[in-house]
Design a protein around this ligand. Structure first.
Ligand SMILES: C[S@@+](CC[C@H](N)C(=O)[O-])C[C@H]1O[C@@H](n2cnc3c(N)ncnc32)[C@H](O)[C@@H]1O
Length: 342
């Protein structure tokens, strides 16, 4: 696999690993600590940056090999069709940065080990740092999992099926399994589109055969009749045009009396409250150790990718799907947990 490792972009160092080479081909001053932050795989086929990234990576590799063989570097434009025509590859690093900057695609740090593009947030290849990132980012995050764990006593039978949509590394299902050790026939099923998250979740839950995972888009798979569905901070990342269909699917799949736990970032009912919430949320993140730059980079990265509804918008979504019994069970600043019972 062709892979680029970099320290936080800005003073990035670039290293290629190629399947035919014995070691990394270093294309910048030898890095003290190289982390594999970017790879063609990381973008996923659907990412708009994937094609340019792969082309760019090939370009670096070609020029690095050219320099090693004392041949002149080729202009970037010959390898990268969208590169500015006067871009020449004097150094892989300059080329990398100037190319990405010129297209507004340079990745920026949103946490210690997570870099993201403007308006291009992706969950791919961040599973190692994800748990700590989400704990620092969402007020009452662990508390919300605990609350669902406690409420589950009212809904789970010894052989119930439970789905966690957008399960990431599987933390919610681990807590539920711990809460019900005596229910041998429980089926706790996590669903996530990101292979890396599912890989980590499988490792985390290897000790409990009641927990399993499906690597898929929830909209593409059939759900079995179940007693509980959870979607924690997941629906906010789905395009609004598909949300109604998803919540209808959840309503249809739940047994009568079953519970849907939906935790979401929510918008305030008017501009003044939204402004206050934004500022209080920024203070919360600063208190949790994020830098001002990381906070700005994160909010730039989620533009067009995360789209919160208001509290009322979420209640309307649930009602249109058929839920009548809906209650808020947790709220802090701009994050709210709903329990909807069929
Ligand atoms: C913010 S994270 C969820 C955090 C997790 N529920 C928890 O409590 O720690 C959102 C997750 O939803 C996943 N996701 C987004 N859209 C999805 C879809 N259509 N089907 C399945 N998973 C999806 C993402 O890959 C990501 O792992």
């Amino acid at each position: 696999m062709l892979q680029v490792g970099a320290q936080p972009v800005g003073n990035a160092r670039i290293v290629f690993h190629h399947k035919d080479s014995h070691g990394p081909i270093v294309a910048a001053p030898p890095p003290a600590k190289v982390k594999p932050l970017l790879s063609a795989q990381a973008y996923g086929a659907e990412h708009p940056g994937a094609k340019s990234f792969i082309r760019l990576a090939r370009h670096f590799l070609r020029n690095t090999l050219a320099r090693k063989a004392r041949r002149p570097c080729v202009p970037a434009g010959e390898c990268i069709d969208q590169a500015p025509p006067d871009t020449h590859c004097h150094g892989a690093l300059d080329c990398f940065n100037s190319f990405l900057t010129s297209r507004g695609q340079r990745m920026k740090a949103v946490d210690e080990n997570i870099n993201q593009h403007n308006a291009g947030w992706s969950f791919h290849n961040i599973s190692e740092s994800f748990d700590s990132h989400i704990q620092k980012s969402i007020p009452l995050y662990a508390h919300g999992h605990d609350l669902i764990r406690r409420y589950s006593d009212f809904f789970l039978k010894p052989d119930s099926i439970i789905y966690d949509i957008g399960c990431s590394t599987g933390q919610m299902l681990l807590k539920l399994a711990e809460q019900h050790p005596q229910k041998d026939a429980l089926k706790l099923i996590g669903i996530d589109t990101v292979p890396d998250m599912i890989g980590k979740a499988i490792n985390n839950a290897a000790h409990d055969s009641r927990i399993s995972f499906i690597n898929a888009n929830v909209l593409d798979i059939e759900l079995q009749p179940c007693d509980m569905v959870i979607a924690n901070y997941t629906i906010q990342f789905m395009p609004p045009r598909i949300r109604q269909a998803l919540v209808e699917k959840i309503y249809q799949t739940l047994n009568w009396g079953g519970a849907f736990f939906m935790f979401e970032k929510v918008r305030a009912p008017d501009g003044r409250f939204q402004d206050y919430a934004n500022q209080v949320y920024i203070d919360f993140k600063i208190d949790n150790g994020f830098s001002e730059a990381e906070i700005i980079n994160k909010s730039r990265s989620i533009k067009g990718v995360m789209e919160p509804f208001s509290t009322q918008g979420n209640i309307d979504l649930l009602r249109r799907a058929g839920f009548q019994d809906i209650m808020t069970i947790q709220k802090m600043i701009c994050f709210e947990g709903f329990l909807a019972i069929k």
